[in-house]
Design a protein around this ligand. Structure first.
Ligand code: FUB
Length: 318
């Protein structure tokens, strides 16, 4: 995206301005961007890669905001592993959503039981202070697939929490947003629904894209979209499926972003409409000293096709 400038301030207290192309945040690593539009402002919730590490050993999450998609204010790190008594490591991808004036930040982390689990922190403001809403995980069942929560509240008030790695799951959240009803549902991953089938590496398939992780659920013009990180040739794609219902069946639509020279292996994205434009958020390892464990948030503006499909989006540096 062209001409992004960054205003970096610690808790909005002191300002210094620098010219920043993609990645839009150049002052620190900011993987797994999850945008949220609230009250005319875009909030971007991210992780925090640690320079020099050799795995995703992150310890905290971050928030930044903008009202023009050009200047970004850093609100610091309102939550960390220490905010969740049950979390011991791997502060991975997260998403925040507002309901009735409260902000629910769904996170995933390695639990003290050693698996990955999903928790939720709540606040009265999009920038906190946030507090662990439950004092225990919302989703924990011994699985390493409990990562990358995405949340959406439908027009009828029903909220959905999806997540997964390798497999895709969802639950229907209750109105309190910190509990759910019914069973955890496993979503079928097929060629038709997500562009590929796991464990079929040698098969001749017309498209080896498939759901890996990083789901992002939203609705636009009565069509539900599930963007996800798919399996590319040398790293992750951003791909998507659509449905007439928030619980599927899903129809694979193709790749949005190829695994192209992002220097990060993973990709993880979010999509919003803001002030009449549509934006794809993703991450790359293209900051100096960046890489698979040094990823930073990037943004591209795009225009939906007339039929609601998403065009291929190219990662730009400026
Ligand atoms: O950032 C840690 C993990 O890498 C995320 O949870 C995945 O989506 C991938 O981006």
């Amino acid at each position: 995206m062209k001409r992004f400038f960054l205003i970096y301030s610690i808790l909005a207290a002191s300002f210094s301005m620098s010219l920043a192309d993609n990645p839009v945040i150049q002052t620190h690593f900011s993987p797994d961007p999850a945008p949220m539009v609230y009250n005319g402002t875009v909030y971007m919730y991210t992780g925090d890669d640690i320079p020099g590490t050799d795995f995703y050993y992150m310890t905290k999450w971050r928030v930044m905001s903008s009202t023009d998609m050009v200047n970004w204010t850093d609100h610091g790190s309102p939550i960390s592993l220490e905010s969740f008594e049950w979390a011991r490591d791997r502060a991975w991808a997260a998403q925040c959503i507002e309901r009735n004036g409260k902000f629910y930040w769904y996170i995933c982390a390695q639990s003290t039981q050693n698996d990955m689990a999903i928790g939720v922190a709540v606040a009265d403001s999009p920038t906190g202070p946030f507090k662990d809403a439950l004092g225990k995980p919302l989703i924990i069942n011994g699985s390493w697939s409990n990562i990358d929560p995405t949340v959406y509240i439908d027009d009828d008030g029903q909220a959905y929490l999806y997540w997964g790695n390798g497999s895709l799951y969802y639950v229907k959240l209750n109105k309190d947003m910190i509990s759910y009803s019914g069973d955890i549902v496993t979503v079928p991953i097929t060629m038709e629904s997500f562009g590929g089938i796991r464990g079929n590496k040698n098969a001749e398939t017309p498209n080896k894209d498939m759901f890996v992780e990083g789901p992002w659920l939203y609705k636009r013009n009565n069509l539900y979209y599930m963007m996800f990180a798919g399996m590319g040739k040398g790293g992750e794609t951003l791909s998507y499926s659509t449905s007439a219902s928030p619980i599927g069946p899903w129809k694979y639509q193709g790749k949005i972003m190829e695994d192209q020279k992002l220097n990060s292996f993973t990709n993880h994205g979010g999509i919003i409409d803001y002030k009449g434009n549509s934006y794809l958020f993703y991450h790359s390892g293209l900051l100096p000293n960046g890489g698979s464990y040094g990823r930073a948030s990037c943004i591209e503006q795009f225009t939906y096709n007339v039929d609601g499909t998403i065009p291929a989006v190219t990662a730009t540096k400026e």
